[in-house]
Design a protein around this ligand. Structure first.
Ligand code: FE2
Length: 264
């Protein structure tokens, strides 16, 4: 059974196991965010299900991989249950590689009673609505992503030791400000409040002003969906069409999730 949300980029699916791999892939391409309910998958089930959507990445920091499953990252605000922190800014997952992570799967093992929602923003719709003169202005611009430095800074801020092998694999990258989806060909803004540090070749003041305009434009309420987590929700989203961020969570409310990213 499929329930269409009023948000036209979000599709809630009950009994997902009745759908074929092809059907789920098509629905994701069309809707951009799938909300699967009661997806009670163990690590092995989650790992193999992720292959429906492409090739899973190796998760890092390595210390937060699920035991025996290098593609699954454990995340939690409960001590000892996973990585705590990060992601509380607008971003698409995985800008650290030349071809950023295409898709993310995030499953909820423990849902907080209050807070900790994830907000999603429809960047392809926002791009489509931008005035034509602005589209012309931004069409060929690229953003600077000094990934190694940001990764090191983020981990230190979280009180974690950056793993040398990962740090050495990260570089300064440029990503287009307007991304063309490799399958649908639909254009979307590609933004990131933490990893994107200015537009390449544009004076800082002008770059800041342009980015502020784009963030303000894209995060208008009409482009957003707030997901209130329930235990065993499994969300699957397209990082080339959406950005997201986690909302504040009081430490008295446990939240534990498992994440797999699919290569771009
Ligand atoms: Fe994220």
């Amino acid at each position: 059974m499929i329930i269409n949300n009023s948000d036209d980029f979000v599709l809630e699916i009950l009994e997902f196991h009745k759908y074929t791999k092809d059907k789920l892939r098509k629905l994701l391409l069309k809707n951009k965010l799938l909300v699967l309910r009661n997806a009670n998958l163990d690590f092995a089930g989650f790992d193999s299900f992720s292959n429906y959507f492409g090739v899973p990445e190796v998760a890092y920091p390595y210390k937060y991989q699920a035991l025996g499953f290098e593609t699954i990252r454990l995340q939690s605000n409960v001590e000892g249950k996973g990585m705590n922190g990060g992601g509380m800014y607008w971003h698409s997952d995985g800008p650290q590689t030349k071809e950023p992570s295409r898709i993310t799967l995030l499953s909820c093992e423990e849902a907080p009673l209050v807070g900790g929602e994830t907000v999603f923003c429809n960047l392809s719709q926002a791009y489509s609505d931008i005035p034509e003169d602005m589209k012309l202005r931004i069409e060929h611009l690229e953003g600077n992503y000094p990934c190694r430095q940001i990764y090191v800074d983020d981990l230190i801020e979280m009180g974690l030791e950056p793993e040398t092998e990962i740090v050495n694999s990260l570089h300064n990258l440029k990503h287009p400000l307007v991304k063309i989806h490799p399958i649908s060909g639909i254009k979307a803004l590609y933004l990131n409040e933490n990893w994107l540090k200015g537009l390449d070749g544009i004076p800082k003041e002008e770059s800041d002003e342009l980015l502020k305009y784009l963030y303000d434009f894209a995060t208008e309420k009409k482009y957003l969906y707030y997901h209130k987590w329930e235990k065993n929700d499994l969300l699957i989203w397209d990082n080339y069409s959406l950005m997201h961020k986690a909302l504040d969570l009081d430490s008295q409310y446990p939240k534990t999730t498992r994440r797999i990213r699919i290569k771009g």
